[in-house]
Design a protein around this ligand. Sequence first.
Ligand code: ATP
Length: 136
Amino acid sequence: MKTVTVNIVTPDGPVYDSEVSMVVAKTTSGEIGVLAGHIPTVAPLAIGAVKLKKADGSTELAAVSGGFIEVRPDKISILAPSAEVASTIDIARAKEALARAEERVQKQKTDNIDFKRADLSLKRALNRINVHQGNI
Ligand code: ATP
């Protein structure tokens, strides 16, 4: 099967660079599956998992917190505000972030806290937990 280079880049630097046979990512309008030779496309990403299917049949997972996927026939670039491959996710940190975000979402009605911000933080934390656990 043909392969394509995938880069995942954040403001802190690159977090992934490898040859894969397929990428599945969550765009803001639904899941996109991309094979080598795909026509050029750019799409905004939701907070979600990116599945990186290797030629040997294995799959790696990354947690991505939005950004864009840029597809070219020989290269796929994912540019995200933050992204982590599953093995680098600090699960304790994600669980603490989830607890903080849940508390902020619950207090929202009484305190005037930015609900959208708390909700995004909650989604990032849940996504990291799911990706770490391979639960996607
Ligand atoms: P936290 O409240 O724990 O900082 P956050 O969702 O606000 O979580 P981000 O702003 O998305 O964090 O990311 C800030 C930096 O920390 C990024 O480089 C991101 O990759 C890293 N990061 C955040 N949470 C984790 C985690 N659980 N494991 C590994 N790296 C993480």
